[in-house]
Design a protein. Structure first.
Length: 115
């Protein structure tokens, strides 16, 4: 069974930075990719950033130039570096591992950006 654990969330002022981490219980390279999503109450979970096994990154338009997704293979961990945070970035951030047969989700970590 695959387990994902996010960490690094918190409360930050607008303009500040946070780095989220997502550690996996399996070798991170067995997945087809790793992605970050954001969810706010009353809205569906939205794609934020992704990283393929080959290292290709992709971002939602609303985070381009501010967020960076990266990976540490030795630690089986994917990161989301978030800079110049805005109140609109507030939400619960989830990590997803794209498996060959199914996807796996963590429990999320809350990010709150105050104005």
């Amino acid at each position: 069974q695959v387990q994902l654990e996010e960490s690094g969330g918190g409360v930050v002022q607008a303009g500040g930075s946070l780095r989220l981490s997502c550690s996996t219980s399996r070798n991170i390279l067995i997945f087809n990719g790793m992605e970050w999503y954001r969810e706010v109450p009353g809205d569906k979970r939205k794609f934020v950033a992704g990283l393929t096994t080959s290292g290709t990154t992709h971002y939602a338009e609303f985070v381009k130039g501010r967020f960076t997704v990266s990976r540490d293979n030795a630690k089986n961990t994917v990161y989301l570096e978030m800079n110049n945070l805005r109140p609109a970035d507030t939400g619960r951030y989830y990590c997803k591992a794209i498996g060959a047969l199914s996807d796996h989700w963590g429990q999320g970590t809350q990010v709150t950006v105050s104005s």
